[in-house]
Write a protein that binds this ligand. Structure first.
Ligand SMILES: *[C@@H]1O[C@H](CO)[C@@H](O)[C@H](O)[C@H]1NC(C)=O
Ligand SMILES: *[C@@H]1O[C@H](CO)[C@@H](O)[C@H](O)[C@H]1NC(C)=O
Ligand SMILES: *[C@@H]1O[C@H](CO)[C@@H](O)[C@H](O)[C@H]1NC(C)=O
Ligand SMILES: *[C@@H]1O[C@H](CO)[C@@H](O)[C@H](O)[C@H]1NC(C)=O
Length: 364
């Protein structure tokens, strides 16, 4: 059998994929991106959900690129924005914005360049941050399903679309909140998360997804917001949390590896974001970072005690020098670096194909 984990196997790999896809001779074929997940991807869904209290729709969010807040939880573009630009696709609207515009008649149809369903604060577990009225992954999927049921999304378009999935950080972070002791031990909790990921894959495939990019969690135990947790160290990452993240990521990669056999005609890729971020932390200077531990924008220990933009916050003069923009989220510079690596990086970073190659496959 062919081992897909080896470097330099693209020819063999592509011969497998050619059964359902061929490699485009011309430009990138992908026309649309559909995105599911949490604040890493949210482009403003929470902003359009007035009941939701997980928000980044105030200054200085967005200040480095959009020059206004858009609801994105960073100072500029996210990974899905950069990948859209690399693929030559317009940035996707948040689902709730598109829904309002279709309902009020300001646009006739849902966008043809894809839709972003991600909701900050959500997890793969349905109840994660329920009190903040976030949109759970399962509901994001229902929103997508409803559009398909109403023939609002062209079936052919789905074949030529990329599907992005990243979620799980909030489930794991919340496991360490002191409020109520978790009912499950760490391994069982991660198993419960992966069960939800498996169900997500089943459903997204049944709804027509064929090119699915799954991104691992970064080292969540290193976010400045760990300073909010009793018992978490501030001079180094929170090891117990990062261990859970690693276990989850490992299970996630197993799910991705099973995609070709479990879902005929589908291709899955796994982006090793954890390892990419650890590289930035290990050799910050090479990537232009001066500070990989504190938030550029926030207040208190590590800048992790106060959300950027909230009372008492301060913002650093050059966000590009910081790995973290706010207490939980990377800066646009970090997202840009991650995006470049996911787009055209080697199999040690994204496998078995990078996003550029995934985007160049043509459904036949
Ligand atoms: C994808 O298509 C573009 C445009 O023709 C081409 O330049 C690029 O080499 C292709 N990439 C891959 C990985 O095949
Ligand atoms: C917000 O809550 C109200 C009242 O419960 C509800 O009618 C409305 O649909 C909710 N809005 C969203 C976007 O969920
Ligand atoms: C429709 O919704 C969009 C997005 O919120 C808004 O910009 C626009 O003003 C609305 N149009 C009307 C006619 O209400
Ligand atoms: C990172 O930035 C924070 C906030 O400005 C500062 O307190 C801290 O000393 C910096 N750390 C390093 C290693 O430069």
């Amino acid at each position: 059998m062919i081992s897909l984990s080896m470097e330099n196997t693209p020819v063999l790999l592509l011969s497998l994929l050619i059964l359902t896809f061929s490699v485009s001779a011309s430009a990138t074929t992908v026309q649309a991106i559909f995105t599911f997940g949490d604040s890493i991807f949210d482009a403003g869904n929470n902003h359009f959900n007035k009941n939701c209290s997980a928000q980044a729709d105030f200054p200085p969010y967005g200040s480095s690129f959009f020059h206004r807040s858009t609801g994105r939880f960073t100072n500029g573009r996210t990974v899905v924005d950069f990948i859209s630009q690399f693929a030559g696709i317009e940035l996707q609207k948040p689902y709730l914005q598109a829904q309002i515009e279709v309902a009020n008649g300001s646009t006739k149809d849902y966008p043809s360049n894809g839709i972003n369903f991600a909701s900050a604060g959500s997890g793969v577990l349905h109840d994660t941050n329920e009190d903040l009225v976030v949109t759970p992954l399962q509901v994001q999927l229902q929103q997508f399903q409803t559009l398909i049921g109403q023939n609002q999304i062209d079936k052919q378009l789905l074949q030529n679309s990329l599907f992005f999935f990243e979620s799980g950080s909030n489930d794991i972070f919340n496991y360490f909140l002191p409020l109520e002791p978790p009912a499950l031990n760490p391994d069982a909790y991660v198993e419960a998360m992966l069960t939800q990921v498996g169900q997500f894959m089943d459903q997204i495939y049944n709804l027509g997804a064929r090119r699915i990019a799954v991104f691992s969690l970064g080292p969540v135990g290193c976010v400045p917001a760990r300073a909010l947790l009793p018992g978490a160290p501030v001079d180094r990452c929170f090891g117990k949390m990062d261990q859970m993240v690693k276990n989850y990521n490992q299970g996630l990669e197993t799910v991705v590896k099973s995609i070709p056999s479990k879902y005929p005609g589908a291709v899955g890729v796994y982006g090793a974001v954890y390892e990419i971020v650890q590289l930035f932390r290990a050799i910050p200077k090479r990537y232009g970072f001066v500070n990989v531990s504190s938030a550029c924008c926030g207040d208190g220990t590590l800048g992790g005690l106060v959300q950027c933009g909230k009372e008492g916050y301060a913002v650093c003069p050059n966000p590009d020098q910081f790995l973290f923009w706010d207490y939980f989220h990377p800066s646009e510079h970090t997202y840009h670096l991650i995006s470049k690596i996911l787009w055209s990086g080697s199999q040690s970073r994204i496998r078995p194909l990078n996003l550029k190659a995934l985007a160049n496959l043509t459904a036949v």
